[in-house]
Design a protein around this ligand. Structure first.
Ligand SMILES: [Zn+2]
Length: 85
């Protein structure tokens, strides 16, 4: 029985986690690392969440990979603005 199942994404070190603090993604500036969560749908998948501040002044907690991949670029105000435009 093969129990050794490597996950493609290695666990992040503390350095990796804090490295993106201060970075800006779209309208969001990463303020600090908030928490690690284990996804219920994927029991072995750990996600990393950051508190960010949007240009509009709102704070918003965003998942790391959504920030890095550019899926989340604001607290939600960008799509609101686009709808009004
Ligand atoms: Zn905003």
């Amino acid at each position: 029985m093969e129990l050794r199942r490597q996950h493609s994404r290695a666990k992040l070190t503390h350095d990796d986690i804090v490295k993106i603090v201060g970075n800006k993604y779209g309208r969001l500036i990463v303020l600090n690392f908030k928490e690690k969560r284990v996804e219920l749908n994927y029991p072995f998948r750990i996600t990393y969440w950051y508190e960010c501040r949007c240009d509009c002044g709102n704070t918003h907690v965003v998942r790391r990979d959504r920030l890095l991949k550019g899926f989340t670029r604001s607290c939600g105000c960008i799509s609101i603005i686009n709808n009004e435009a």
